[in-house]
Design a protein around this ligand. Structure first.
Ligand SMILES: Nc1c(C(=O)O)ncn1[C@@H]1O[C@H](COP(=O)(O)O)[C@@H](O)[C@H]1O
Length: 165
């Protein structure tokens, strides 16, 4: 498990190490916003005991939200959501055979009562998951809210520059 300096408030988990090139976009966003997070490989299929332990202890360990990325038969985000009261953001990893449509549908089509906030397939989705998790934390953290606001202003300015070129 990797963690930033402060007590982690966001869990960034994924079904396999092979998901990291996508999930690192979420981590990079959290780094930019100085939002404390941890990362871990957890799989509903391959490490079910670790999944139960992680999801059931997440709130007591001080996490406030969980970003879960998985590809193919992507059961991880939904299973985590079933085991914790924390908000869960699901990131569909782009799979080789079905380009991530399988991941998207298996994450987004949750039954009523067990929500997973699902973002877009792949790296853009992972980046947005980072921003979304930071926004959730920022509802209770004015300094983070300020950093988010500044980040948005910078993004707007850089887009405006591109248009003027
Ligand atoms: N969808 C899941 C789960 C799960 O949902 O528990 N565990 C692993 N996986 C996914 O399997 C894909 C292939 O994994 P490998 O590259 O390790 O074979 C990954 O995208 C992973 O998220």
């Amino acid at each position: 498990m990797a963690a930033t300096g402060n007590q982690p408030k966001i869990g960034v988990i994924m079904g396999s190490r092979s998901d990291w090139p996508t999930m690192k976009r979420a981590a990079e966003m959290l780094d930019q916003l100085s939002a404390p997070y941890e990362t871990m490989i957890v799989s509903a299929h391959r490490t079910p005991k670790r999944l139960y332990e992680y999801a059931q202890n997440a709130k007591a360990r001080g996490l406030k939200t969980i970003i879960a990325g998985a590809g193919g038969a992507a059961h991880l985000p939904g299973m985590v959501a079933s085991l914790t009261p924390l908000p869960v953001i699901g990131v569909p990893i782009q799979s080789k055979s079905l380009k991530g449509l399988d991941s998207l549908l298996s994450i987004v089509q949750m039954p009523a009562g067990v929500p997973v906030a699902t973002v877009a397939i792949g790296e853009a989705g992972a980046a947005n998951a980072g921003i979304l998790a930071a926004s959730i934390l920022a509802t209770n953290d004015d300094k983070l809210a300020k950093r988010l606001e500044e980040w948005r202003e910078k993004q707007t300015a850089s887009v405006a520059e591109t248009v003027e070129d």
